[in-house]
Design a protein around this ligand. Structure first.
Ligand SMILES: Nc1ncnc2c1ncn2[C@@H]1O[C@H](COP(=O)(O)OP(=O)(O)O)[C@@H](O)[C@H]1O
Ligand SMILES: [Mg+2]
Length: 249
């Protein structure tokens, strides 16, 4: 279990004070799937970086209640693969020297199977589609057997079809391995399809929390999904987002 108490992060940019996050209080249960949604610049990446230990909060505390040290895996929007290494060597890279070589290979083979890339283990990154490269990035995070898996808009650059199948794959992986997942997206539908809990961020603050008590796999055409989506959008949209009415003069 991970507890965020009143987390805040501000930046001083030239003469300007930027509050990227403030007053974030959330509990992440072990093995839960949380999504974070909000418009660009609302603080999603900052929150994820704080969870990853890459950014220090300027206010509040982050507490991990558990026995062992938390292992964390991060997946970014772009796959960031090493172009000179094959798929399996990219996946193995973080484990090099930490475990016996045969154990590393066993783990890599297992996670490549999990992300459906067994046939591409010796391919080079330049030979992969965007979706495949992103699956390698997920495999690279999973191979570390993280307790906490953090994903920052990992499917944003993919076409709608690939994104849909990647979402299903991720849910399948979560059900098999049960890491605690925090998944950041600017897409409300994606947030509702994936999360048990959706955290709605608006200008660095928590504008709402939605509990999505629906079984997986979820169907985007399910009316309950649309209802959640609409409720969240109503909270996050501002009058400036309204569609201009061209019929009036
Ligand atoms: N290292 C930084 N220095 C200064 N400002 C930053 C830094 N990182 C983020 N910010 C600011 O914090 C706010 C939130 O950014 P970010 O967390 O990247 O939002 P999101 O991921 O939701 O688009 C933005 O206004 C951004 O400009
Ligand atoms: Mg971001």
């Amino acid at each position: 279990m991970l507890e965020l108490q009143n987390i805040g992060r501000h930046y001083q940019v030239a003469e300007k004070h930027v509050s990227a996050l403030s007053g974030i209080t959330v509990t992440l249960a072990k093995g839960s799937f949380t999504t974070v949604v909000g418009r660009s610049g609302c603080g999603k990446t900052t929150l994820l970086r704080i969870l990853a230990g890459l950014t220090e909060p300027t206010e509040g505390t982050l507490t991990h209640k558990g026995t062992a040290k938390l292992t964390v895996g991060v997946v970014f929007q772009d796959a960031r693969l090493m172009p000179w290494l094959s798929v399996i060597d990219n996946v193995a890279f973080g484990l090099k020297g930490r475990l016996p070589q045969d154990v590393i290979m066993q783990r890599c083979v297992a996670v490549l199977e999990l992300v459906n890339l067994t046939a591409f283990r010796s391919a080079m990154p330049a030979q992969l589609s965007g979706g495949m490269a992103q699956r390698v990035a997920i495999a690279r995070a999973l191979v570390m057997e993280p307790d906490l898996l953090l994903l920052d808009e990992p499917f944003a650059a993919l076409d709608a079809f690939t994104r849909r199948s990647m979402q299903n794959e991720l849910v399948g992986i979560w059900q098999k391995r049960k890491p605690t997942i925090v998944f950041v997206t600017h897409d409300v539908e994606e947030a509702v399809l994936l999360g048990q809990t959706v955290l709605e961020l608006d200008q660095g603050t928590l504008a709402g929390t939605a509990m999505i008590d629906l079984p997986y796999p979820r169907d985007p055409t399910d009316s309950r999904i649309s209802l959640h989506r609409r409720t969240i959008l109503q909270r996050l949209l501002t009058p400036q987002d309204a569609v201009p009415n061209h019929n009036t003069n």
